[in-house]
Ligand binder design. Structure first.
Ligand code: SF4
Ligand code: SF4
Length: 116
């Protein structure tokens, strides 16, 4: 067995290329996305009811999101997905989003829920 250790090549920090979008009005509080998120980014926002009468999902730690897309794949109602960052920012800045849309890294909703 070789005693020579391989050099470690530092990798650049992983950055999120997409923005997480949550359509809170489409959420039915099934919690599948929460169960499948490997980074514990998501949680139920018990301070909010949507029109269906459910507490929708929110992001409590958007900085931990690694853009894996598990939430998007598992959601049966397409209530959470990853969007191209620049397009999402444009829509957010223009206010061109349907009611109940959250983009946590732009709207600050993740920070607001931290520590609660
Ligand atoms: S993309 Fe991955 S890490 Fe980010 S919220 Fe969804 S499941 Fe969690
Ligand atoms: S999987 Fe979809 S419907 Fe279920 S809690 Fe998550 S966002 Fe809501």
């Amino acid at each position: 067995m070789s005693t020579v250790r391989k050099p470690i090549t530092p990798k650049p920090p992983r950055t999120r290329v997409s923005a997480l979008v949550i359509l809170q009005e489409q959420c039915k509080q099934c919690e599948l996305c929460i169960a499948f998120c490997p980074k514990n980014v998501l949680s139920i926002d018990t301070s909010v009811y949507n029109r269906k009468g459910y507490h929708p999902v929110t992001a409590t730690d958007i900085e931990a999101c690694v853009n894996c897309g598990f939430c998007e794949r598992i959601c049966p109602d397409m209530a959470v997905f990853l969007a191209e960052r620049d397009e999402a920012k444009q829509a957010f800045d223009a206010g061109a989003m349907q009611e109940g849309t959250r983009i946590p890294e732009f709207d600050g909703s993740s920070e607001a829920k931290e520590g609660t």
